[in-house]
Design a protein. Structure first.
Length: 276
């Protein structure tokens, strides 16, 4: 058995990299749905359809635990996958985790009372962060900002425009000390930590999911030793995407910091699933 990591594109590679660093022996399978990114401007039904395909593919690759690294998928599809799809599937003994609640738990554990979050348009529209925050601690305030241009720029080599776009998005959020902590509500945004710190002049703390998910995963596995024991510990990593491009491969190697072999998983319309 293996640990699966699912994201719409490049951002989840940072999660995979940080998990690999913390857990060097664990076997990992990564899937990036590069053919259909970005998820942030898709309908809820489409996001669910893409997410279910990705989850089924990772299960078929012998994953018994999957982290839905994509915030948009975590926001829209995770609960339905956990409560409706999984119990009725042939994978009922396996588990799917998200990143929203662990991120908020980390911010709260640090004692922050004025939170900010930047994320895709869809994630912001669902109000998932305020909704989940209210369940945990309704006394904490949260300011949201939709930042739809960031993922396309990251995925398509638009680094030169990112600082000005970030400044446009962040200026109003940090004005008059409106927030003391900024949640990067998209795995892609972990790539932008330095640029964000430069713009905010370190006036706010950053909560980045690549830094918190590995420890959250370790805690989860400690609480669920049955799952942990089933995951192979050979230090192997497999990387799959739904569309292989030269730009993606180059960016993936830069982000992951290694020469990684990226394989194609194609959607078979006759079988209605992703196949190798």
């Amino acid at each position: 058995m293996k640990l699966g990591i699912f994201d719409s594109g490049l951002g989840g590679l940072l999660i995979a990299k940080s998990i690999r660093k913390k857990m060097p022996d664990i076997d990992i399978v990564y899937f990036g749905d590069t053919l259909n990114l970005p998820y942030g401007n898709r309908s809820s039904q489409t996001i669910y359809t893409y997410s279910q395909r990705a989850i089924e593919f990772l299960f078929s690759q012998n994953c018994n635990l999957i982290i839905t690294a994509c915030n948009t998928a975590s926001t829209t599809a995770l609960r339905q996958l956990q409560q409706c799809y999984l119990p009725k599937s042939s994978y009922a003994d396996r588990r799917i985790l998200g990143v929203i609640v662990p991120t908020l738990e980390t911010a709260i554990a640090h004692g922050y009372k004025r939170l900010g979050v930047i994320a895709t348009h869809h994630t912001i529209e669902t109000k998932i962060y305020p909704i989940e925050l209210k369940k945990i601690d309704p006394t904490i305030s949260i300011v949201q900002k939709s930042t739809p241009l960031l993922v396309p720029l990251i995925e398509n080599g638009g680094a030169q425009w990112l600082p000005s776009v970030l400044e446009y998005y962040l200026t109003s959020m940090i004005k008059n000390d409106a927030i003391e902590c900024l949640i990067l509500g998209c795995t892609h945004y972990s790539i932008l930590k330095k640029e964000i710190k430069d713009i905010t002049k370190h006036s706010v703390s950053l909560i980045s999911q690549d830094e918190i998910i590995p420890d959250k995963l370790i805690n989860y596995l400690n609480k669920h030793p049955g799952l942990n024991e089933k995951i192979d510990k050979n230090g192997k990593s497999d990387f799959y995407v739904s569309d292989v491009t030269e730009n993606y491969c180059e960016s993936a190697e830069q982000i992951y910091g290694d020469n990684i072999d990226i394989k194609l998983a194609k959607f078979d319309t006759a079988l209605n699933k992703l196949t190798l």
